[in-house]
Ligand binder design. Structure first.
Ligand SMILES: *[C@@H]1O[C@H](CO)[C@@H](O)[C@H](O)[C@H]1NC(C)=O
Ligand SMILES: *[C@@H]1O[C@H](CO)[C@@H](O)[C@H](O)[C@H]1NC(C)=O
Ligand SMILES: *[C@@H]1O[C@H](CO)[C@@H](O)[C@H](O)[C@H]1NC(C)=O
Length: 845
């Protein structure tokens, strides 16, 4: 038995800004985009090879525009393709859990609602093996400020031998003004963008060589990091363009050369205390810019609400140069006060606008809008949001659109969104960044040029079913109205539409007709129509509108809308907030005989290693505490992240040894801001997300991607946890031979990108994330002839340290690599802030 009395250690290692994916070469990345009549079909293909001699994790992560729906994803590993399938969210989750419990690799593709969407998947690839990821997504390009805009996020993170973006556009009306630019494009790269267009076809290609991708000559960093933006417009000889294909139609409506309508704008501005500081400064700045853009025919007024409601003038005022000057003075004097009487502010605005119309104070032919800006939640006057919604809806009666701008993250955005959608407007987030004033001004620009009110596009009721929205309160210059529908008779090949609207001088009213033959003729030079694009465009628009209606709906209506949107998402294979895509890769033969990677026993060295890059050296120390003790490893009050570890001992207590061997048997990672807790033991992994608890074992392969959280479990090896855009944590499972008389399985912890934690980070490990310096003097023989002693000067202390080694299991999980370090005795005394017992905490969380 004595032969088993080896020392055996876990260890902790820190390293700085290393990529987890070293050894993986992405040798090809192609983004292929085909746009037909504003409908974009994009395929991203990424090919990678594992250049190392051990299996490696390959990651594929991309950012997609928030308006896009993923429609397909597949992985091809060593020539075998694993396709994704679309499932209802709950079904997808169950299938996914089943797959992971059977030990298969499963990727979960999720849409995270209306925000920018991140898509990540990873797969374990054998040495010298190749993997191809292929992701497809579709979106309808919207026209704004006279341009259709498509952006492609570019971030390969390494130099890619074969990198290419290719965009092909086909617009039956003819293309004008095709532009392509990149936020990362340097003068040298400008010429690499190839752009041609003639009549209906446009082509863009961007194919930088390896050298052109470098941030500087001989640098290995890629300068491809940012947005690649394509913009264009189409020729318009008539306001209408109708296309009819295979029983579906789409109608694009964008009249030009109409006189602008005068507008009546009420600005309802939150001046409650929480707006103090940068927000009110940015609001003033934005309002001053907006005042510069208001036209003389326009009427306007400001309503401010804190605890009280104040108005600049008693009624709407014409934007004469004198009034604008007065308004500027008023805006400059806006200051914060009190609480948030949102109800009082908005109701005053609506009443004022109603009175202006009733009293004929504003022109009969004019467009009225209300723009409300708030950063908080109603808490004075009527503060029940459902009551406010009801009052506002009743007062506006559909007469003008309400636009709600939610400043920062303290707003009840869903309330603002519901209220805006109920009143023919929309809600927008204003992000509390340095460009907030520009965001506000940008929103105003979108709605500052109304050309028509009460637009209705009417199609013969007995011919069309499943029509998307066809009435619009306002039409703004530079935008476009899109309506799609399905013919009741699949063979019908012509359509008449009746167009109505109210313009500046008179009513707009005409009828126009189109037949399928004309569409076919317009498309005849087009070789690459992707199948049934008008039908997909119709489905896309219908789902988008159902999801939008669902926001303000309740009860049975909401259930019906959900069912309808889900049905279409499944039928047309769109990943929407109601569906997920599941990819399952069957795992090759499962080598399950009870022994797993038996690590070589290590001779007596430390538990903790602190790498000191600027010295190209490391410091190490032990904490000798009894099994059961819980140590605080990391505590960051700013990101809210805490990591604690509980010690376990050997299976049998060795009564002869002065010091018991201990390892980490349980790790707890908590993020208090995200209300997340992850508990890891050598047996199981438990994720507690608010009240929701999910359990995994180390036999699972998991890629879990949720808002603010990525959890990857690499079966029987390690898990990677990333929270927000912050640091990542890797927990390594060390399995010993199951029948080992003494040792048991334990865990190791690595921290990646520790610079993403705040400067206030502390804890047994956290304190070493700040730069640390030391000096070594008087190296001399110690008690062990192979391990010299020395004097270390660190933190103004003079310590006796011993040269030792520690295993780094990052590159070789079985045997580890020997890493030399200076060992600090006595539980790190003199190196640690305080004493080691300061870091003992009462429980894991
Ligand atoms: C999804 O992509 C795979 C791989 O390219 C392809 O075989 C499959 O047909 C695609 N599925 C759909 C529905 O387009
Ligand atoms: C790049 O590397 C080559 C070969 O090592 C060297 O000759 C050249 O001077 C380097 N160029 C720059 C700009 O450092
Ligand atoms: C919901 O759908 C059912 C079944 O189609 C229908 O009978 C019911 O009237 C719908 N309810 C609402 C509120 O739309």
């Amino acid at each position: 038995m004595i032969s088993f009395f080896f020392f055996f250690y876990f260890f902790i290692f820190l390293f700085f800004d290393l990529q987890v994916v070293n050894g993986i070469e992405i040798y090809s990345m192609k983004i292929d985009s085909k746009v037909t009549s504003r409908f974009a079909h994009n395929v991203i293909t990424s090919r990678a090879v594992n250049r190392g001699n051990v299996p490696k994790e390959v990651f594929f992560d991309v950012e997609l525009p928030k308006t896009a729906f993923i429609t397909n994803f597949s992985m091809t590993i060593d020539g075998v393709t694993y396709p994704g399938t679309i499932k209802e969210k709950e079904v997808a989750k169950k299938q996914y859990e089943k797959a992971v419990s059977k030990g298969q690799t499963a990727g979960l593709v999720k849409a995270s609602g209306r925000k920018t969407e991140k898509f990540t998947v990873s797969v374990n690839i054998a040495a010298a093996s190749k993997v191809t990821f292929e992701l497809t997504y579709e979106e309808l390009l919207k026209r704004q400020f006279g341009k259709y805009e498509m952006f492609i996020k570019v971030k390969p993170k390494q130099l890619v031998k074969d990198f290419e973006i290719e965009v092909n556009i086909f617009e039956p009306q003819g293309i004008t003004d095709l532009e392509a630019e990149g936020t990362f494009i340097t003068n040298d790269l400008q010429n690499v963008i190839q752009k041609t267009f003639s009549d209906k076809k446009g082509h863009i290609s961007f194919k930088p060589t390896l050298d052109q991708q470098r941030t500087c000559a001989n640098c290995s960093q890629s300068l491809l990091d940012g947005d690649f933006i394509v913009k264009y417009d189409v020729k318009r000889t008539t306001p209408d363009n109708l296309q009819i294909v295979n029983g579906y139609f789409v109608h694009f409506f964008a009249p030009t050369n109409l006189p602008k309508l005068p507008k009546n704008v009420i600005f309802v501005i939150d001046i409650s205390g929480s707006m103090a500081g940068r927000e009110i400064v940015q609001t003033r700045e934005a309002l001053l810019k907006i005042l510069d853009d208001i036209k003389e025919d326009d009427f306007f007024n400001f309503i401010l609400f804190g605890s009280e409601v104040r108005t600049w003038r008693e009624t709407l005022i014409k934007a004469t140069p004198e009034n604008l000057d007065e308004a500027r003075k008023f805006v400059q004097g806006i200051n914060t006060e009190g609480m948030t009487n949102l109800h009082g502010g908005i109701m005053r605005g609506i009443d004022m606008l109603n009175a202006a119309h009733e009293g004929n104070l504003v022109p009969k032919r004019s467009a009225s809008i209300i723009i409300m800006l708030t950063d908080g939640q109603p808490n004075v006057g009527i503060s029940n949001t459902e009551d406010i919604q009801a009052h506002v809806k009743k007062a506006i009666e559909g007469k003008y659109p309400l636009y709600n701008l939610g400043f920062g993250y303290g707003v009840d955005y869903s309330f603002l969104e519901k209220m805006a959608l109920e009143n023919k407007g929309l809600a927008r987030r204003i992000y509390p960044d340095s460009d907030a004033a520009l965001q506000l001004q940008g929103f105003y620009d979108e709605v500052s040029n109304p050309m028509l009110t009460d637009v209705e596009l009417n199609y013969p009721e007995n011919e069309i079913s499943d029509l998307t929205r066809n009435s619009f309160k306002h039409f703004y210059d530079g935008s476009e109205i899109v309506v799609a529908g399905r013919f009741i008779d699949n063979n019908q090949n012509s359509l008449t539409v009746d167009v109505r609207g109210e313009g500046a001088n008179d009513a707009l009213s005409y009828t126009t007709k189109q037949d399928a033959e004309q569409t076919a003729k317009a498309f005849q030079e087009q070789e690459y129509i992707f199948g049934e694009y008008i039908e997909r465009l119709w489905a896309y628009l219908t789902i988008e509108q159902l999801l939008e209606k669902r926001i303000a709906a309740t009860g049975e209506e909401k259930e019906n809308l959900t069912a309808e949107a889900l049905d279409l998402s499944l039928k047309y294979k769109f990943v929407t907030p109601l569906t997920s895509m599941v990819v399952t890769k069957p795992e090759e033969n499962d080598n399950q005989d009870g022994i797993a990677d038996k690590p070589i026993e290590v001779d007596g060295d430390p538990h903790f290693i602190i790498s000191v890059p600027q010295k190209d050296d490391a410091i190490c120390f032990n904490i000798n505490e009894n099994p059961g003790a819980v140590l605080n490893l990391i505590k960051d009050p700013v990101t809210g992240i805490t990591i604690n570890g509980e010690l376990i001992g050997d299976k049998i207590v060795n009564n002869d040894a002065k010091i018991q061997n201990t390892y980490f048997g349980k790790l707890g990672i908590a993020n208090k801001h995200l209300d997340l807790k992850l508990t890891v033991t050598p047996e199981k992994i438990t994720l507690q997300n608010g009240n929701e608890q999910t359990g995994f074992t180390w036999l699972d392969s998991v890629t879990l991607q949720q808002e603010g959280l990525t959890l990857i479990i690499n079966r029987k090896k390690n898990l990677v946890l990333k929270m927000g855009s912050g640091a990542s944590f890797v927990i390594v499972l060390h399995q010993v031979w199951k029948k080992h008389p003494l040792h048991q399985d334990f865990l190791g912890l690595y921290i990646l990108e520790s610079d993403k934690l705040s400067e206030q980070t502390h804890g047994l490990l956290g304190q070493f994330f700040h730069p640390i310096d030391f000096t070594i003097l008087e190296i001399h023989p110690g008690s062990d002839p192979k391990k010299p002693d020395a004097t270390m000067i660190v933190k103004n202390n003079e310590l006796t340290v011993t040269r030792g080694w520690q295993k780094d299991y990052r590159t070789d999980p079985t045997h580890g690599l020997d890493v030399p370090c200076w060992f600090v005795h006595n539980n790190g005394a003199g190196l640690l802030d305080g004493v080691h017992t300061d870091y003992i905490v009462s429980s894991l969380f």
